[in-house]
Structures are given as structure tokens and as C-alpha cells.
Design a protein around this ligand. Sequence first.
Ligand SMILES: Cc1cc2nc3c(=O)[nH]c(=O)nc-3n(C[C@H](O)[C@H](O)[C@H](O)COP(=O)(O)OP(=O)(O)OC[C@H]3O[C@@H](n4cnc5c(N)ncnc54)[C@H](O)[C@@H]3O)c2cc1C
Length: 291
Amino acid sequence: MYDVIIIGKGPAGISASLYTVRANLKTLVIGKNDSVLKKAEKIENYYGFADTIKGDMLLHEGEKQALRLGVELIDDEVISIDKMDFFEVATSTQKFLSKAVLLATGQPQKKLRVGNLNKFEGNGVSYCSTCDGFFYRSMKVGVLGFKDYAVHEALELLTYTKDITIFTNGKELKLSEKYIEDSRMFRVNRKPILELEGKEFLESIYFEDGTFEMLDGLFIAYESASSVDFARKLGIIVDENSVVVDKNMQTNLEGLFAAGDCTGGFKQISVAVGQGALAGRGIIEYVKKTK
Ligand SMILES: Cc1cc2nc3c(=O)[nH]c(=O)nc-3n(C[C@H](O)[C@H](O)[C@H](O)COP(=O)(O)OP(=O)(O)OC[C@H]3O[C@@H](n4cnc5c(N)ncnc54)[C@H](O)[C@@H]3O)c2cc1C
């Protein structure tokens, strides 16, 4: 059991971990290696560096600093967060429990262009299998995605229906070993998608090659799970693509905090680091209260 699990190892996540670990909180950071900061070749507006620095170098030094102080760091992708008595955070291969969770997953990056997707949101298009799977009992559903997250969602939907197709929208499946085996339970359609069709509710999915399939429901699990995906499932308030937090960086769900680009606003390293510090302090207070 961890005191806190931090999802994301960019400036916000690592900054928060420095505070929590130094306050003796058992701290786990789980992050993929793709902070947007990696793309920054020359940074000259971050405090303390007389010469320009590369984003990559700043990330590397941050990780080294966290490890030196005793933070546990795992290079992996989180595919689900559940809240029972404690938080259960799952990657493709492992599950962890914690008292608090910090979302520091950066700005959601999904560029999904499918005609009429917005039109059918809530009327056949869903972003949450846990919330909406029940409405599609024994129906024909699809999951739109190509990574572990999509297979995870398809597995969740098996409780309600066996008629499940994974639509990759022209991509090849990119799965970890564990999910390669699981993906064989589902049909996979790799055709690029043109648009969704239907009257009031979703009825069919059309592909760029002119073919189509009838469909009752489509669950979006594209790329990796983002802050907004986690928020939808946990019932956290979001404003457009940004997680809403209070002055301690806590969301409307007790024990769940968010910091950095995923909270919107001024997307800068200094802001992410500052919000990480505030979240760290908020988490320390929260965990002490629950002890
Ligand atoms: C090209 C470019 C140049 C920039 N230049 C500057 C600059 O000069 N100065 C400046 O101040 N700012 C700059 N920025 C902005 C700055 O990089 C961001 O504001 C900052 O990195 C935000 O930090 P963050 O920790 O919130 O998010 P990120 O740095 O994006 O980190 C998010 C972390 O979450 C992880 N993650 C996401 N989803 C999951 C998941 N499901 N499971 C596990 N891990 C996950 C990611 O892999 C990553 O580790 C630049 C940005 C870009 C793109």
C-alpha cells in the first residue's frame, strides 16, 4: 500500500513527489517516457539556468533527484484508476493500492478525427465502459483504439456483451505481452474510419473504403488513457479538457489531486512545478488526516 501514487513523470509529477517523499510518504510515480517537455530543444525561461537547457536534460535530472530521495519510479502506462476504500491503480501488468492519487498526466493529446463523433456522444458514443456498458447488454459494440487501454475497455465490456469489435482506425495494434493474448477474444477491424451514422442514435460506422458495419455502441479508448478519461470514470469535474481543482489542487473526489498541464491554464514548466508543490503539500495533509 502506497501513501500516494503519482501518474506522470513530467515536471508536475516529479515536483510533487519531492515533497511527498521528503515528508516520509511512501511515494510511487508511474509514468511513460513522453512528457511534452522532451520536445523542448531550448528552454530559457526556467529559473536557475544561465544558459539554455534541453527539456530532455531537465526531465532526466528531475528523475534522478526523485530517485535519490527515495521515490519509487516505474516506467509504465496507467490504464485504469478505481476508488473503493482506497485507490486501485492498474497498469497493463500490475495493480497498486494507495491512499491518494495525483494526476500529472499533462495535456490530453488525442487527435481523433471521425465524422459525427460529437453528434453521437451520449447517444451511442461513450468514453466510459464502467459507466455505460450496462446500457449495451447483448448488443453489438465497438471499442475505438489500438493500445492496451482499448483491450482493457473491451475486457470490461465482456460483462455485458460478447459481440465486441476493436476498431483501430487504420493503426496496427500496439499491445503489451499480456494484452496480445486477451485481444484474441475480440474481432479486430483495422480500416480507417470515415464517419458514424444514425438518426437520433448511433446505427453504423462507415470506413474510408466505402464499406460499413452496423453498430449499437462505440466506446472510445484511443491512444493512452488521459486525465479526462480517468476523470470521466471517477466522476471528476472537468472543464473542456482540464481537470477542475481547488486551491490545494484537489479534485471534487477526496484524495484525488491533479497538477500541471492537465489542469489547463498557463502551460509552462514553472507552473507545473509550482502546482506539483501545492499538490504535494495538499496530499501530505490529506494522508496525515486519514492515518
Ligand atoms: C515543443 C515544446 C516546447 C516547450 N517549451 C517550453 C519552455 O521553453 N518553457 C516552459 O516553461 N514550458 C515549455 N513547454 C511546456 C512544458 O513542456 C509543459 O508545460 C510541461 O512539461 C507540463 O508538465 P506536466 O508535468 O504537467 O506534463 P508533461 O510534461 O506532459 O508530463 C506528463 C507525464 O504524464 C505521463 N502520462 C500521460 N498519460 C499517462 C498514463 N496513462 N500513464 C502513465 N503516464 C502517463 C507522460 O508520459 C508524462 O510523463 C514546451 C512544450 C512543448 C511541447
